[in-house]
Design a protein. Sequence first.
Length: 440
Amino acid sequence: MGTVGVLGAGSWGTALGVHLARVGHDVRLWARDPALVNDMRERRANAIYLEDVTLPETLTVTDDIRDAVAGSDLLVSAIPSRGCRAVIQAAAPHVAPDATLVSATKGLETGTWLRMSEVIAQELGPGRPVVVLSGPSFASEVAQQLPTAVLAASLDAEATEFVQTEFRGPAVRLYGSADLFSDAREDAYRPQQSVNFVTCHDGFTLNDLVSYNQKHNEPNGEDNRDGANDNRSSDWGVEGPTDDPAIEKLRSRHAKNLLTVTLLSLGLPMILMGDEVRRTQYGNNNAYCHNNELSWFDWSLLKKHSDVYRFVKHLIYARLQRDVSKPEYSMSLNQLLQKRLVNWHGVKLNQPDWSNHSHSIAFTIESLSKDVMWHYMVNAYHEALEFELPQVKDASHWKRWIDTSLASPDDICYQSDASITASGKYLVQPRSTVVLIARL
């Protein structure tokens, strides 16, 4: 492992320095304030920002910028935007010619309105690769070694790969990306340039999407005129809450369908707070103005809708099991998506129905290692549909992982526990999603 210089001993700079030291680097953390440096040396902690995190022995704190920068293979700037240029100017004479620069600072420079990566490039001169780190991430979570994924963007693919490798640790992953994306309309719909979601803070919650035909914004004081009218929702027979077990079962099934296609999607998924327990706003799709039970999290729903909560936990667990730690899988998101092995089907293999009236789709995904396959079948029709299954070496290899038509706990299991076999065809119940898994 090499030597890393980290400029800035705020919460983010300290957390990155601690992480890089933990994964084996010799880290030199620079702080402007000599008093802070002495205190961190004595306490072996940053009492201002991360007092409960012990600094590793391989992390040295200094207020001498030359000591922090000279000889570093990797230089990380975590300086606030208002002071970034001055610090980089002071560091520039000591930066090694072959050092890779990382900008971990958000914001623009006041007056020039340049990104921090542009400020660094200006001060260090042309030809030096700069890699930008972008969240969402939290310093405290990185320092506590909680799972964190960060985007690494640069015009220099080799520099991006180098930074990915140097930062890689048990709880931290960097995903590479091009610095700029095309603004062409046709490119905007590609998975590497989009966020996959069904509901967000604007509009219905997931529960209300499957429980209301119309918005109910009367509590907002605008005579129900505010908020969108086109919600693409359905109450399935009763507007709002109901004690009808058949309707409640169908609503939970639809919630699980939507959560499945969101959390197992290619690209970045997003879910709304409380959707994992069917949190309701009672049909209000514009609740920004409320600080009451309309917008609060109702913890009793953890018990009431424990089946949906369990279902979401299994989906998240499965997503986190995707192995990106192997060197051969160290690639940008664009590269990963370009290498994806997906075949589209309908109820018949290789015959997807893309028409406007279609109510079904199926697709098969093969892992990059080519030792696992998943077959997804989505039936939005009001009748059961029989889907043909792709052939595998052993017909018994197809195991049922997910079937949203089944009651919990049969609706989903750990992939390693999938045991119910399927071959030839699978009958997907009305308005249900099924995912099979085969280990080759």
